[in-house]
Design a protein around this ligand. Structure first.
Ligand code: NAP
Ligand code: VY7
Length: 160
């Protein structure tokens, strides 16, 4: 099993603000959906809460939500109480995707062999940041692209 992390970040590693993502980039949502299609996704309880109800659970994927609350449950969510527990629930999947937020990325990064980052060329205030990856990664940065909205972004892959 490969463990992959996936996020989109603006300048200064901002990934979240006020419980949501402080920009709208359909091209990134499509990228996220295509990469995670058919695979289990693991997320922190706050990221589950951040999804609009009509998208919970994310369709076509086993949704595993990590919480410390012994009595937490939600329709369509499989509950786990640690990253290791989440991976055990994911079973024999080829790739398991950790889709946020910052707390889950920090907990899963030591176990990850792949990180897919969408870099968004945007200065925006936030309260949640992506972790620093540190050394030892092979980096493949895509070309800068321009969204229909005018926002510039690129897809960067880190492998180790
Ligand atoms: P989070 O990581 O989504 O969830 C945190 C919660 O997960 C904790 O409160 C706890 O749940 C549970 N948890 C965390 N570590 C745990 C552990 N080791 N064992 C058991 N449970 C654990 O929250 P966050 O860091 O605040 O991130 C949320 C923000 O990130 C939002 O703004 C969201 O929109 C944003 N986000 C951005 C992206 C992006 O790509 N830009 C992607 C995802 C999320 P309980 O409190 O229930 O115990
Ligand atoms: C999370 C949503 C949030 C708000 C509204 C709709 C990268 C992203 C994430 C997480 C972007 C989200 C959605 C988008 C995905 C759709 C369902 C609706 C689907 C991440 N690179 N980008 N994120 N949805 N972890 N990594 O937008 O979701 O996949 O079916």
């Amino acid at each position: 099993m490969a463990l992959a992390l996936i996020w989109a970040e603006a300048h200064d590693s901002v990934i979240g603000a006020d419980g949501g993502i402080p920009w709208h980039l359909s091209e990134d949502m499509r990228h996220f959906r295509e990469l995670t299609a058919g695979s289990p996704v693991v997320m922190g309880r706050r990221t589950w809460d951040s999804l609009p109800e009509r998208f919970r659970p994310l369709p076509g994927r086993t949704n595993i939500v990590v919480t410390r609350q012994a009595d937490w449950s939600a329709p369509g969510a499989e509950v786990a109480h640690s990253v290791e527990d989440a991976l055990a629930r994911a079973g024999a999947a080829e790739t398991v995707w950790v889709m946020g937020g910052a707390q889950l990325y920090a907990a899963a990064l030591p176990l990850a062999d792949r990180v897919e980052v969408t870099e968004v060329d945007l200065d925006v205030a936030g309260d949640t940041r992506a972790p620093e990856l540190g050394d030892g990664w092979t980096v493949r940065a895509g070309e800068w692209l321009e969204a229909a909205s005018g926002l510039r972004y690129r897809f960067t892959t880190y492998l180790r």
